[in-house]
Ligand binder design. Structure first.
Ligand SMILES: O=P(O)(O)OP(=O)(O)OP(=O)(O)OC[C@H]1O[C@@H](n2cnc3c(O)ncnc32)[C@H](O)[C@@H]1O
Ligand SMILES: [Mg+2]
Length: 198
């Protein structure tokens, strides 16, 4: 298929790079698109799939190499699936802390039973910028939104995401544990199967 010893990761998010590289182990080395360009493409798609493909194509074009993109986010039931594809920009680009504060505010006084949410991850792999057949893999992770932040690991909304199967927040899981069960882990599992890496 393609030489997969090395892949360009179409992401400027250091948390994703760390998690995805840990999942891949030594078999594939991820190089951040940040090594090639600091310009982030506008995520104009209406779905995780469209944005993942858009980012992967952009990175393949800039680097001239096969590229992997991750488009992910948090879909909250009570908010009709918001912030969803807009998760990174929920508080207008003010960052993780502002995103988390806005989410807590939006769910103020909402009881536990209505605080269900899922993390979504779509991985897109393109062999080159105009690849007509991107490989797409998705993963979901069901949980609940806490009433206050808890935990120091991870990134983004992790301190607010309660993991029912472990009785802790996602930011209280060790990185190794999160990488076993997260939305990203599930998507990566499928990708490794598709690539014959497992
Ligand atoms: O687009 P790139 O450059 O990859 O980086 P990004 O951070 O903008 O990534 P997305 O556009 O895919 O937005 C995903 C957002 O969803 C949230 N998110 C995704 N996965 C998460 C995880 O494992 N834990 C916590 N928050 C997560 C977090 O706020 C991310 O910024
Ligand atoms: Mg983004």
């Amino acid at each position: 298929m393609m030489n997969l010893n090395q892949l360009v990761l179409a992401s400027h998010n250091a948390g994703k790079l760390k998690e995805l590289q840990a999942m891949l182990g030594d078999s594939v080395q991820l190089r951040s698109i940040g090594e090639f360009s600091q310009v982030e493409p506008e995520e104009t798609g209406l779905s995780f799939v469209e944005n993942a493909i858009l980012k992967a194509r952009n990175a393949a074009r800039i680097s001239g190499r096969p590229a992997l993109a991750d488009d992910s986010g948090l879909a909250v039931d009570f908010l009709g699936g918001a912030p969803g594809i807009y998760s990174a920009r929920y508080a207008d680009g003010k960052g993780d802390a502002a995103n988390n504060a806005k989410l807590l505010d939006a769910l103020k006084d909402v009881p536990d039973a209505e605080r269900g949410a899922q993390f979504v991850c779509v991985l897109a792999l393109v062999r080159h910028a105009d690849d007509p057949l991107p490989i797409l893999c998705e993963g979901l992770w069901h949980g609940r939104i806490l009433h206050a932040a808890s935990g120091e690991h991870g990134f983004g909304y992790d301190p607010l995401f309660w993991v029912p199967e472990r009785n802790v927040s996602s930011a209280e899981l060790s990185p190794a544990d999160k990488n076993q069960i997260s939305h990203r882990a599930r998507a990566m599992d499928l990708l490794r199967q598709r690539l014959g890496l497992k």
